[in-house]
Design a protein around this ligand. Sequence first.
Ligand code: FAD
Length: 235
Amino acid sequence: MLLRLPTSVSEARGHLADGAVPVGGATLVWATWQRDGFPAQALSLRELPEANVLGREELGGAVVLHRIDERVPEVLRRAAGSVGTGAVRRAATVGGNIAGSSLRCLLPAALVLEARAKVLTADGVYETDFAEVLAKRPVLLSLRWRTPVASAYRKLPGEPGGPPPLVVASALHALGGDRYRLCVAVRDGYEVLSESTECGADPREPLRALRATPVGEVAAAWETVQSQVVELTGR
Ligand SMILES: Cc1cc2nc3c(=O)[nH]c(=O)nc-3n(C[C@H](O)[C@H](O)[C@H](O)COP(=O)(O)OP(=O)(O)OC[C@H]3O[C@@H](n4cnc5c(N)ncnc54)[C@H](O)[C@@H]3O)c2cc1C
């Protein structure tokens, strides 16, 4: 297997056009490759500056989870900190988690931040939403978002060998005046539900609206949704 380490977007596009398969920290693909055989070429983004950004409003697809710190909003930092073990977080990347894993603990955080994805194909780089990232699984270069007023993330305890633990993520975005948009996402099993609603400082208004949506129907998550909404509107 040839490991391609492009240092420019045009080089990376060329490798993709030649059939190179994206790889992050190989925490998931290694076992599969050992079992089924290695691809002829793999494409790592770890030397590509565009995939290594880490700032208040951007995060590269090649950034390893343990590097994600207080520069990014709380919801994203806590999501990254909740993934697997320290050893997994030292190797696993943002792109591998969102585009390549089935649990995708970072996805609820990205959704409530209303993040946009910058993706790379053999034809070029473009910006898209996460529905397309999940459906088409292009190479994820980076995420971008606008800093929220406040955000929160909680992974509920799970049973060993049981279904994936529930995740509740939320973020409050300023709309101007004393109005806000509150975004909430719940990971229930392997599915991620997300909703948004307008609100002011009174938590009862968004809670009434959310209760009537699929997010409000996940009974085991509702108490956590309530406490996050009260906390965020209170801040
Ligand atoms: C012990 C253990 C515990 C775990 N616990 C959790 C958990 O609690 N929550 C959770 O969310 N996940 C969990 N995971 C999964 C973990 O998040 C993934 O292993 C990791 O995110 C995959 O990242 P990677 O960089 O190693 O991807 P790789 O193994 O390198 O690749 C995985 C897949 O993603 C694709 N890929 C890689 N980078 C990109 C990119 N930039 N763009 C598009 N596709 C790409 C690859 O082609 C491949 O199909 C756990 C994994 C292990 C081993």
